[in-house]
Design a protein around this ligand. Structure first.
Ligand code: DGL
Length: 269
């Protein structure tokens, strides 16, 4: 048994879609979440900046002595994960590999769409992983730079003309290539699932990286006996690098539950 919390971080609110899954399948675990709301978005920045931010996020979380860390950010997972794994001496999971594995299994046509931040798409990591799991797979990718700022501003309703228009423009090529599986390759995007699903139609299956990663962590904790005591209700503590009020207001949409744990401001710089 290991009673230490699971550390989770993202550039902002997106990682909460992974926290929601962790809370659902591992309700007895404590979670410490850091959302770098003062420096979001990461996905339009250089690799050097993303790596620097990721290191400071890790350093902050380590003060809370987590038993492992989930990098609940597609951008950091594609750009910085191997570096973090080399530099920090604890288990670190990203959100990309589990999503790619699941998409490779799901596709019948062998054509998979990937939507992500510019940094994620530039890294080519999804394409590489998909090919390693199923060499015949063809990947159609779309960089979607405007989606994270829109989601962080709560523009997620399918009735919102702005988000619907932006999503249809970004996904037009992916749709026309006839993909049957689409990886929502940024943890902010599951909030847009109704908008994306409405545009892609019912024949496209959507893969959420946070959900896949949470399932993987649950399996690992079970297999290695590193879970917290069964039967208890785990607590979640939240830290952000910008307005606590702004975070609390939107977090409930992301988590689909009341934010019961404390939310505190951190000076990450
Ligand atoms: N949730 C992050 C991701 O999964 C968003 C990155 C950003 O801040 O642009 O990529």
């Amino acid at each position: 048994m290991d009673k230490r919390p699971i550390g989770v971080f993202d550039s902002g609110l997106g990682g909460l879609t992974a926290v929601k899954e962790l809370r659902r399948i591992l309700p007895n675990e404590d979670i410490v979440y850091f959302g770098d709301t003062g420096r979001v978005p990461y996905g339009t920045r250089s690799d050097e900046t993303i790596i620097r931010y990721a290191r400071s996020d890790m350093d902050f979380l380590l003060k809370h002595e987590p038993k492992r860390v989930l990098v609940a950010c597609g951008t950091v997972s594609t750009v910085a994960l191997p570096i973090l794994k080399k530099e920090y001496d604890l288990p670190i999971d990203g959100v990309v590999e589990a999503a790619a594995r699941s998409a490779a299994k799901l596709t019948k046509k062998g054509v998979v769409g990937v939507m992500g931040t510019p940094a994620t798409i530039r890294s080519g990591e999804y394409e590489r992983l998909l090919k390693s799991f199923a060499p015949g797979i063809r990947t159609v990718s779309a960089a979607c730079p405007l989606l994270v700022p829109l989601v962080e501003n709560g523009r997620i309703s399918p009735d919102d003309i702005v988000i619907s228009t932006v999503v249809s423009e970004y996904l037009a090529e992916i749709k026309s290539e006839g993909v049957d599986v689409l990886i929502m390759g940024c943890t902010h995007y599951p909030l847009l699932e109704p908008v994306v699903a409405a545009f892609m139609g019912e024949n496209t299956q959507l893969v959420s990286p946070g959900r896949e990663a949470a399932a993987l962590i649950a399996r690992e904790l079970r297999e290695n006996g590193n879970g917290n005591s069964p039967g208890r209700r785990g607590e979640a503590e939240y830290f952000v690098s910008d307005s606590v009020e702004g975070f609390s207001a939107l977090a409930e949409t992301f988590l689909r539950e009341k934010v019961t744990g404390s939310v505190s401001l951190v000076d990450i710089e």
